[in-house]
Design a protein. Structure first.
Length: 526
């Protein structure tokens, strides 16, 4: 059985731990025997022919034992001080989601496994058990031998997009994994492995954390002298131990996952297949919402307060456009899983704030400004266009000859592009961005100077369309900021802008501006 296989691999991991302890204790044990033999006169007694040889052996073994115990103590100290990483998550108390807890409790009862000790939400499209509980208030669970039940971490987009039945089917194999956490040998092996991982991840010189944001502080610099030597020795031993356990660790988790999946087949198995299809759809909508909609707001220090509600709107639009979800209208008639929360809006706010911190870090201003979706066109779309247009105007002024700065007009911009100054403008924008930005956030794509110039020229054109042609900033749930002219989204601006920037051919862009009745000579409001 898979559970027996998992237990066998856990025992193999524990044997590695036991061998490490034995290797650390063996020289001390031999030294103790030799010293006892010396004092009792049984080994190398005074006056015997081999006294000098045994004395030399005692000195060598005692020195080796002292060195071994020192190294073992340093390694044990590093393991004891290492803090296993905790997944950033929003805790959900029982009082805030009694129906969600009831669904999970009933699921655990059907599977005959311990109920999770608590529930938390993460801004990600995944669900798992957190064996190291984050600082949540655990609730009583059914008595069960072994370690406490882990925390169930649920991807927040699932709650807003999936129906209640789909969520239960999706969580069944995850909840089934609590049985493995209650097994004493498996729990002990996992604790040992987590300690080794934490020792490598949190020590001096460790790799930087997720996104470089506030949730992952930078690693401590490597120490010098004896302390640095001790750190290097401890990390080297830890790495060796992890290498010895790596195969058994992978097989342990694979066996646990296989057993949990098989054990959960009796619970909503048919519905789970449909739920897995919704997982892919939710991931696509969530990724697009973050990169196209949330990221422009985060750059301006504003975080949308209801990202999970936004992903529903994005997926609804995706299904309407591409018809990715069969029977979509019928499915929406079922109860959404977010109804299992007492205050979905408050939970959405907390998760949305965590998403901003996790994927972007702190804004340049140092504090986030909460944003409602109705404010997005004015606070993000229009403000973002104006900021990029101002940056482009600064680049134009720096490249201008020693006359005074010119007016922020499209006429001036198009003339510079037609004269072949695109490369200089792109380099100026890239240099300016490098001076004003912090380390790139997790979702921030790498952009060349040419990409930046296209983006900034588009922004200036949109500003001019708003100022002189009755245009308006808008929000598209799948594409983010858009320009509306006559209430219609304009999608035909990208090609003429690219031709003007990359080839210096401003004719197509001038034709587009003329057709949209945009006045090129009027200064853009920055």
């Amino acid at each position: 059985m898979a559970v027996d296989t998992a237990r066998a691999h856990a025992q193999a991991v524990l044997r590695v731990r036991g061998l490490a302890l034995a290797a650390a204790a063996l020289p001390a044990a031999v030294a103790a025997v030799l010293l006892a033999g010396r004092f009792t006169g049984r080994i190398g007694a005074p006056g015997s022919s081999d006294t000098a040889g045994w004395d030399a052996a005692r000195w060598v073994v005692c020195a080796l034992a002292a060195l071994t115990l020192l190294v073992a103590g340093l390694t044990a100290r590093a393991l004891r001080r290492a803090v296993p990483p905790q997944t950033p998550a929003v805790p959900v108390e029982r009082a805030a989601a009694p129906e969600l807890y009831r669904l999970i409790d009933e699921l655990a009862d059907r599977l005959d496994v311990p109920a999770p000790s608590a529930v938390a939400l993460t801004p990600d499209c995944d669900s798992w058990l957190e064996d190291v509980p984050p600082p949540l208030r655990p609730r009583p669970s059914r008595p069960h031998p072994g370690a406490p039940a882990p925390v169930l971490v649920i991807g927040s987009p699932f709650l807003w997009w999936m129906r209640s039945g789909e969520l239960r089917a999706l969580l069944a194999p995850v909840v089934a994994g609590t049985a493995a956490s209650a097994d004493p040998e498996i729990a002990a092996a996992r604790r040992f492995l987590r300690g080794l991982d934490a020792c490598l991840d949190s020590g001096p010189g460790a790799a930087p954390g997720l996104g470089g944001g506030t949730l992952a502080p930078p690693p401590a610099p490597p120490r010098r002298g004896p302390a640095g030597l001790a750190d290097r020795i401890a990390r080297r031993i830890t790495r060796r131990l992890l290498g010895a356990c790596r195969g058994h660790s992978a097989e342990l988790e694979r066996s646990v996952a296989s057993w949990a999946s098989e054990h959960a087949r009796t619970v909503d198995y048919g519905l789970r297949i449909a739920a897995q299809e919704q997982v892919g759809l939710a991931y696509a909508g969530w990724d697009r919402l973050l990169t196209r909609v949330a990221l422009p707001a985060w750059r301006l220090g504003r975080h949308p307060a209801h990202l999970n509600a936004g992903v529903v709107a994005a997926l609804t639009e995706l299904s309407r456009r591409d018809r990715l979800a069969d029977g979509y209208g019928t499915r929406l008639g079922d109860r959404p899983a977010c109804d299992l929360l007492e205050e979905p809006g408050a939970v959405d706010r907390a998760v949305s704030r965590l998403a901003a911190e996790l994927f972007f870090g702190r804004p340049a201003a140092g504090a986030w400004h909460e944003l409602e979706w109705t404010e997005y066109p004015a606070e993000v779309v229009d403000a973002g266009w104006r900021a990029r247009a101002a940056a482009l105007q600064c680049a134009l002024d720096r490249l201008a000859p020693q006359a005074r700065p010119g007016a922020p007009t499209l006429t001036r911009l198009l003339a510079r592009l037609a004269d072949g100054d695109g490369e200089q403008l792109a380099a100026a924008l890239a240099a300016q961005l490098a001076r004003t930005t912090t380390p790139a956030p997790l979702l921030e794509p790498d952009r060349t100077g040419r990409d930046l110039l296209v983006d900034h020229v588009t922004a200036m054109v949109c500003c001019a369309a708003v100022d002189t042609a009755g245009g308006a900033p808008g929000l598209d749930w799948l594409d983010g900021p858009v320009l509306l002219l006559g209430g219609v989204r304009r999608t035909d601006l990208a090609v003429p802008v690219a031709q003007a920037v990359e080839q210096g051919q401003d004719g197509p862009l001038r034709a587009w501006l003329d057709a949209a009745e945009v006045r090129l000579e009027k200064p853009v409001r920055l």
